[in-house]
Design a protein around this ligand. Structure first.
Ligand SMILES: *Cc1c(COP(=O)(O)O)cnc(C)c1O
Length: 397
């Protein structure tokens, strides 16, 4: 027996997997159905039909039984050929991991660097594309929100850079972290391939990789030599037996989970979902601003418009972020996100994606403040009070 405050329900504030709504968990709790017809097939078809709307596209949605890494591979192998070059915007850890995968698939990786704490510079993208006279670059890979730094990149500005350079490369955007948290407009912004995953803003357990493709991407698919049997879009595009949509047995529990989560998103309305994330993320940023001191805590992203509404990376100054997370988890039942940057400036992360309300978020922020006080951290003021004040004007009874 030992004395601890860590009782009650554990709070999860990591940037994925996110909190799963009870409605979604309940929807998964069912016996195995007939997989060749009936409710499962109807539900799966309705899910595939509703997925384009959440990426704001008229394009086609593919669902892989995989995590986000699998969706990356599905996107690359279906649209590119061995030896093609891809231009990768180096926004952080996730961009680098995606590029490594491209390299291992036999693609040639070229880089557009970014500055620590800043989003993509569209002029640098335009310069890199304009220098590619032979048009060897077949795709531009951009991570919308890089979950390590929490930077939010301006996709529309990158599209303009592509247009300005008159370069035909496909624009592929990783929205695994940002989908249903930060505003995203696939068709309006001229994105050709969008990549998502089930376990972040979509509020479904990990296990589904999502890829959306427009007509230009589907045309590239017909020429692509990297296609492999499992990931290949071709059988999945056909109106054949439902079995082939997943290249085998459907992910039954996940299909029902995704149906329920989409229902929740449709009931709330995507614009309202984005608004709620904005209000809650503003509260996190208010808290960090209140805590911050010249040598202490601060937001990792310098540019206010480049801060994600899904996740926030907080630099800790002289506070040890690993110790902070340990006390939060062991002492208070709060799980915070680890430091994923290779920068000497240490950080931790708060995930604020998906199934989240002010009670949950203010609990997280006040608990972090309590841990900081207990560690003797120098604080500029009360972040919990600042966050409460930031949310106050938006509460409706
Ligand atoms: C989480 C994440 C991934 C990877 O997803 P997995 O499901 O862990 O493979 C890729 N990109 C971004 C931006 C992410 O946040």
């Amino acid at each position: 027996m030992s004395r601890s405050l860590r009782h009650g329900r554990q709070s999860l504030a990591i940037p994925g997997p996110s909190v799963i709504p009870d409605r979604v968990l309940s929807a998964m709790h069912r016996p195995m159905p007939n997989i060749y017809g009936g409710e499962l097939v109807d539900t799966s078809l309705s899910v595939l039909g509703d997925l384009p709307a959440i990426a704001r596209t008229q394009g086609h949605a593919f669902v892989a039984i995989s995590n986000g890494h699998g969706a990356w591979e599905m996107a690359l192998t279906n649209t590119l050929s061995r030896g093609d070059a891809v231009l990768v915007v180096d926004t952080g850890l996730f961009a680098r991991a995606w590029a490594q995968m491209a390299e291992r698939l036999g693609l040639e990786v070229r880089w557009v660097p970014t500055e620590d704490g800043y989003p993509v510079d569209p002029a640098a993208v335009e310069a890199a594309l304009s220098a590619d006279d032979a048009q060897e670059i077949r795709a531009l890979l951009l991570v919308h929100v890089d979950t390590a730094t929490s930077v939010l990149n301006d996709v529309a500005a990158v599209r303009e850079a592509l247009n300005a350079s008159r370069h035909p490369a496909l624009l592929m955007v990783d929205c695994v972290a940002s989908l249903c948290c930060d505003r995203y407009e696939m068709d309006l912004w001229g994105v050709d391939v969008t990549i998502g995953g089930s376990q972040k803003g979509l509020m479904v357990p990990p296990g589904l990789g999502l890829v959306w493709a427009n007509e230009k991407a589907l045309a590239a698919h017909r020429e692509a030599s990297l296609r492999t049997p499992y990931w290949d879009w071709e059988p999945r595009l056909k109106d054949g037996p439902h079995y082939v949509k997943y290249c085998g047995t459907p992910p039954i529990q996940h299909v029902f989970a995704l149906r329920e989560a989409l229902d929740m998103l449709i009931e709330e309305g995507l614009e309202n979902v984005w608004w709620r994330h904005q209000v809650l993320a503003d509260a996190v940023r208010s808290a960090v601003d209140a805590w911050s001191t010249p040598d202490g805590l601060s937001l990792a992203i310098e540019v206010p418009t480049a801060r994600s509404n899904a996740v926030t990376t907080i630099r800790t100054g002289s506070v040890d972020p690993d110790r902070l997370r340990e006390i939060a988890e062991e002492g208070a039942g709060l799980v915070l996100g680890i430091d994923l940057n290779d920068s000497p400036i240490r950080s931790f992360r708060i995930g604020h994606m998906g199934h989240l309300n002010p009670a949950m978020l203010l609990g997280t922020l006040a608990t972090v403040e309590s841990v900081l006080i207990g560690m003797g951290a120098e604080l500029g003021g009360s972040g919990a009070a600042a966050a409460a004040a930031s949310i106050a004007p938006h509460l409706q009874g």
